[in-house]
Ligand binder design. Structure first.
Ligand code: GAP
Length: 497
């Protein structure tokens, strides 16, 4: 069931305009995706719901929108330049390049069976698992290169000088240098203009801590929230938008007095899990997983992931748990590091107690693309109706559904299209995203909207012309009820609260 489900979801995403392969007409680009007309609405609704619940509905969190390219020293201070690396390995048999920590584990020295060259029709060969204790995820071979660290940040250059051109222009001069000098010269050329695409939005909040403190009437405990693109040169990408090189994060840094950090950590840990449930995620497919001490990032005192059980293909075909969001106690690590690198004071003076301290930070860090994928997977359902008729339906919570209501004239005559168009304009005028459809049999129109996850279909029929009522068909139960046209806006708005 699991393998099949993911394939069906991927196919529905393309067919109905949720997600497309990026640059598809050029053959696509690995792990890059575009959101189609329905997908962009779904993702926007999720980001809007996050912003409303994290910023607008609270009086202790303010927003921020930082630039993607920041001063390169930010990444020295944060530790990303030295340590934001994955262990990379090459397979000598099939030439696959993969992450050591994602490879299938196997006992060192045991026998492994692999396909010559990694080809499906290649000869089956016997090999030995190397001392690393894993095999190639593609062909199963144990004949692997040593691990080497690969920094995940995308480097580019800022300014009118192209370092690659400078290197090309100095090829002869470089060749004449001793190896160490050459290395130094090359590093100098590259580093002079090197900047990085941010690998997380979080650092923007830390470097603006003093700006926000001085410009807003906030004091700990308070949070700074940001939603925006981040970039990581991921070695392995997989499962549609789950792990990509360009993705959007929804992060919030909550600054608290040291000593109060553990209470706030527990608060955000459960608040963030409950947020997904409040938007309709099945609680049975959601869990909080606490990190082992060995798993903790260098800056974290504690961390817990909100995980969703995705219908991803794996060896057992049973789906697998994937991280949606991490809630970390980052201590005072980041503020102290930025204070150290800049010489600026990033402490807070509490006037009531006359105490000065560097706040601790509790960080709920979510991914907008992963959340979108989880909501899509969770909403996907196939319902068997009479005569083995299968209905495909996306059971989105109305708050995140891309289209809130569809408006249909039962037939294309007798003034019904005009009344239906009038209703649609009224709903659009109220900010309710809706869709007009008069093509084909009414049953087929319902089914198209089921696949788009539209909660309500409103049909104008001959009675509408006499009594100004319409039929409202509810997506999940398929029940239909009569309702005055005048009641439609309050009815829908009530459900979108
Ligand atoms: N500031 C902390 C931080 O960035 P993270 O666990 O690396 O923590 C937070 O990232 C969230 O961002 C993840 O839980 C995930 O939802 C999302 N994310 C991270 N890498 C991603 C990728 N390559 N593709 C899609 N989403 C990603």
């Amino acid at each position: 069931m699991a393998n099949d489900t993911m394939k069906k979801i991927v196919s529905l995403c393309k067919r109905r305009g949720f997600v497309f392969q990026s640059s598809e007409i050029y053959g696509g680009l690995k792990a890059c995706y575009d959101y189609g007309p329905l997908g962009v609405e779904l993702k926007r609704n999720i980001k809007d719901a996050w912003w409303r619940d994290m910023v607008h509905r609270r009086d202790d969190i303010v927003g921020l929108d930082c630039s993607i390219i920041m001063h390169p020293d930010v990444w020295k201070a944060s530790g990303h330049l030295a340590g934001f690396c994955d262990p990379l390995v090459d397979c000598r048999n099939c030439k696959e390049r993969f992450r050591a920590d994602h490879a299938p584990r196997a006992e060192a020295g045991s026998e492994c069976i692999y396909r010559e060259g990694g080809r499906a029709d290649g000869k089956k060969l016997k090999g030995i698992v190397g001392p690393q204790g894993y095999t190639c995820p593609v062909c199963g071979s144990g004949d692997l290169s040593d691990e080497r660290l690969f920094n995940l940040m995308f480097r580019t250059s800022l300014g009118p000088v192209d370092p690659m051109q400078q290197i090309l222009n100095s090829v002869e001069e470089l060749a004449a240098l001793a190896p160490d000098e050459r290395k130094q010269k090359l590093a100098g050329i590259i580093n002079e203009s090197a900047v990085y695409l941010r690998p997380e939005t979080a650092q923007g909040m830390f470097v603006n801590f003093a700006n926000v403190l001085n410009s807003s009437r906030v004091k700990p405990p308070f949070g700074i929230a940001q939603c925006g693109k981040s970039y990581r040169n991921e070695i392995t990408t997989s499962n549609l938008t789950f792990r990509t090189c360009e993705f959007e994060q929804m992060e919030m840094e909550f600054f608290v007095k040291p000593g109060e950090d553990e209470t706030w950590y527990e608060y955000w840990r459960s608040a963030r899990r409950d947020w997904y449930i409040s938007l309709g995620i099945n609680p049975d497919r959601l869990r909080l997983r606490d990190h082992e001490t060995s798993e903790l990032a260098h800056y974290a005192k504690a961390c817990s992931d909100v995980e969703y059980f995705f219908p991803f293909e794996n060896e057992e075909g049973e789906g697998e748990w994937g991280e949606l969001e991490g809630i970390a106690n980052r201590t005072d690590y980041d503020l102290k590091k930025h204070a150290e690198f800049t010489g600026k004071d990033l402490s807070y003076f509490e006037t009531e107690t006359k105490e000065r301290y560097v706040p601790y930070v509790i960080e709920p860090a979510a991914g907008a693309d992963r959340a979108t994928l989880a909501f899509l997977c969770d909403a996907y359902d196939e319902e068997t109706l009479e005569k083995d008729d299968i209905r495909t339906v996306l059971r989105f919570h109305p708050r995140i559904a891309p289209i809130k209501a569809a408006v249909f004239p039962l037939v294309k005559r007798d003034g019904m299209p005009e009344v239906a168009e009038g209703i649609m304009k009224e709903l659009l005028g109220e900010g309710i995203n809706c869709f007009y459809d008069q093509a084909g049999a009414i049953g087929r129109r319902y089914r198209r909207m089921d696949e788009a996850g539209t909660p309500w279909c409103i049909t104008v029929d001959s009675d509408t012309l006499n009594d100004k009522t319409v039929t409202v068909r509810e997506r999940d139960s398929m029940e239909q009820k009569r309702m005055p046209i005048a009641a439609l806006v309050p009815f829908i708005k009530e459900h979108l609260k």
